[in-house]
Ligand binder design. Sequence first.
Ligand SMILES: NC(=O)c1ccc[n+]([C@@H]2O[C@H](COP(=O)([O-])OP(=O)(O)OC[C@H]3O[C@@H](n4cnc5c(N)ncnc54)[C@H](OP(=O)(O)O)[C@@H]3O)[C@@H](O)[C@H]2O)c1
Length: 346
Amino acid sequence: MNSPDFGPATAVAAIDGFGEDFALQVRPMSKRKPSNGEVVVKVEAAAVNPIDVRRRGGYGRRIFSLMGATRMPLVLGNDFAGIVCAVGAGVNGLREGDAVFGAKPPSSEGTHATHVMVRADHVALSPSSIPADALATLPYNFQTVARAFADAGISRDTVRERPVLVYGATGGLGQIAVRLLYLLGAKVTAVGAKNGLQACFDAGAAEVVDRHAQSLASLPRHFAATLNFANWDDEAKLLHLLSPDAVGHATTVHPLLGNFDRLGLIAGGVASFAGKRAKRALIPHGARYGWTTFRSSSAVLESLTTCAASLRPLCVKTFPLSQVEQAYLHVARREPGRAVLLPQQP
Ligand SMILES: NC(=O)c1ccc[n+]([C@@H]2O[C@H](COP(=O)([O-])OP(=O)(O)OC[C@H]3O[C@@H](n4cnc5c(N)ncnc54)[C@H](OP(=O)(O)O)[C@@H]3O)[C@@H](O)[C@H]2O)c1
């Protein structure tokens, strides 16, 4: 943010500290020229994900500080859809004016801004069939789901015609996972609260379970894979549902970052290793067990561009950048629809 300025000023939604005492403030921020391998994207749409709300409260700060992703003023946000407006040296395949989308790794220069600097390998050309607001809900969630599939050993070969359970199926990750599993030929059992379950059927679930009406313990122990996108407290119950010849399980709601925050890097690492080993002991021999974390991958982003049209668009609720606080509140209260900022809207 101290590099040479160019062009008109840009606005960002930033915080100056963690926690409720620090408001998200929209403020001007000077742009810098893209370095080697970077592009500047004029952001048309940027999703607000649950991780943004948690990072605002300080979650993950020990690990994120090692990546420079806690520097204040801190601009949150990973996903973006927009237009390339400057291209650095050494970038091939992207030009000014290209419609693009993608997800940045955690940084202090996130996407909740009118413009964002992104490494070119975290950017892909937008599929023209999908509007920017819907597109901006996909890259972070899709790349996390793809990693969860890899962590659990899920592929067409391993789950075709086999039952797979998605816990948290009504959420952003869950909806994408249900759809992708359906496309891989799995028989999906979607577990979530009642009001989101029709969307799970629509995404391709073979069976839906209202988590308030039926307990996990009452489900058959026959699943080739289970995915936990909902609640770490239920991890062991989900592992008990795997069949003896299961492929594996992955969870995105593990305590890894929380352990580091609470205990420090060494004790947090030891606690995580022990916690993971204890859970791994519960799964059938030969099955995989993964604690999934988001990672931006150009190969996975490319695969998203080819299959995006087959995904069902997530329902969105849009906000101009000036209403960024309301957007975060929307996510914190878990109100229906993915929150998406439209930074070019007045
Ligand atoms: N580790 C990583 O890198 C990573 C990356 C992405 C996301 N995540 C985390 O993964 C989780 C899912 O992300 P998301 O974007 O899909 O979130 P989301 O849209 O808020 O969905 C959360 C889902 O979890 C369910 N749920 C919430 N509380 C629950 C509880 N106490 N018991 C059972 N189900 C519960 C909700 O279902 P109902 O409809 O039943 O309430 C909903 O289906 C979030 O916690 C997020 O922070 C982690």
